[in-house]
Design a protein. Structure first.
Length: 414
């Protein structure tokens, strides 16, 4: 990789920005933790699919349907390669990470969690990796335990071990917190969970766009993520599961394609991965996801991590100079992975977001689908700026310029 200079950084910024038609300079987009914009290659791939090969895949023997089937299965192979799964049988297409996490809770959980068992999650979880386990444990008479991290979100190996006991049957954890930006030591935690006989489920929604995720290296049993957070269309997501576990799990939904044989008395189930993909699939979304993953791979995570860290450091270093701003999480920008969540003394987060919008800067305000974490952090809501691979220094300076005007516009004399 060539040395990064101011000149070639600007050249790369311009090249990448040209790939995203929506980024026309009329606004600054810093809500990538919620959803990302789509490059031309993704838009063109989806358009090409619907223009040239739209048919119900896996159900027709005519050329158009066969082309649709081939495109769908090629997308599955792209996902397999991207996360280094052992087989395409381990790649289940869903609507999003929420559906993937629910699939694990409803199928694996209902089949293997019983009364008296324990499920361990963290207080940092997005609601989609919390509520399914709450509901499962209430239904089964199991115990749901929350790991309470250090105030900055840190979970040490010793802390994690203290939550393990013979009753723990499953651990489900975020890879990167959507509020604090902290990255959990998943490889270590999965190993400890396995040593104690527990299954490990990983919510990768916030990590998959920012860092390389290798499921075999991490040795997680399940991984969930959404396409729309990694520059792909909305409505397509992925559940990775180890084949041995998926084979033991009952289907999530029932209907067409997930069956092998049906009689008036019952049915038998299709082979993996189709057992978990009932009904007509989102073939266009899968094609778009494949294009997005190839696009990300063409840039490379080494360069993506460098770009995002540079911008995060620039943003946080300037924010720390303002005494009325309080950044949640760790002090080092390297521990934020493009997520900067903060409060401003005397100004409600919704007012902050509204003022940013007046300056054409898009950020997010609220509890970020993490209300228990907000309570843990002693604040009902916060503001979050989140960086993507197409953001630039100019974006950060526009953010900072608007940020420095907020207290004045709210009547404070700073």
């Amino acid at each position: 990789m060539p040395e990064i200079t101011k000149e070639n950084r600007q050249d790369e910024d311009e090249r990448i920005r040209r790939d995203f038609p929506i980024l026309d300079g009329s606004f600054t987009y810093l809500d990538n933790g919620a959803t990302t914009q789509k490059p031309k290659c993704v838009l063109e791939a989806v358009d090409r699919y619907y223009r040239t090969m739209n048919a119900n895949p896996m159900r027709g023997l005519y050329k158009l349907s066969l082309a649709a089937t081939e495109a769908y299965e090629e997308a599955r192979e792209t996902v397999r390669s991207f996360i280094n799964a052992a087989s395409t049988e381990e790649i289940i297409f869903t609507r999003n990470a929420t559906e993937s996490l629910n699939l694990v809770a409803y199928t694996y959980g209902r089949a293997f969690i019983k009364e008296g068992d324990e499920v361990v999650i963290t207080i940092m979880e997005h609601h989609s990796n919390m509520i399914p386990w709450q509901q499962l444990c209430m239904e089964k008479g199991a115990k749901l335990t929350y790991i309470m991290p250090e105030p900055d979100g840190s979970i040490t190996e010793e802390m994690f071990r203290s939550y393990m006991n013979p009753n723990v049957k499953l651990v489900s954890m975020t890879h990167i917190s959507n509020v604090l930006g902290v990255k959990n030591d998943v490889k270590t935690f999965a190993r400890i969970a396995h040593e104690n006989g527990a299954v490990f489920s990983l919510d990768g929604a916030q990590s998959i766009p920012h860092t390389k995720v290798d499921v075999q290296d991490l040795d997680v049993d399940f991984l969930s993520f959404s396409g729309h957070k990694i520059y792909a269309p909305m409505g397509i997501g992925v559940l990775y599961g180890k084949k041995a576990l998926l084979e033991k799990m009952p289907p999530f939904l029932f209907g067409g394609e997930m069956i092998e044989y049906v009689t008036t008395e019952g049915a038998t189930w299709n082979e993996l991965p189709h057992k978990f993909e009932a009904g007509t699939v989102n073939d266009g979304g899968a094609v778009g996801l494949s294009a997005a993953l190839k696009y990300v791979s063409s840039i490379g995570f080494e360069r993506i991590e460098e770009r995002e860290l540079h911008l995060t450091r620039l943003m946080m270093d300037e924010m720390k100079k303002l005494p009325y701003i309080h950044i949640l999480g760790k002090k080092d920008p390297e521990d934020h992975h493009g997520i900067v969540t903060f409060t401003i003394d005397g100004v409600h987060p919704h007012d902050i977001a509204a003022i940013f919008d007046e300056h054409n800067v898009d950020i997010r305000a609220g509890h970020h689908c993490a209300q228990p974490l907000m309570k843990f952090c002693h604040t009902p809501s916060t503001v979050r700026a989140s960086i993507g691979l197409y953001n630039t220094e100019e974006d950060v300076y526009k953010f900072l310029d608007a940020l420095k005007k907020i207290r004045t516009e709210m009547g404070y004399n700073d």
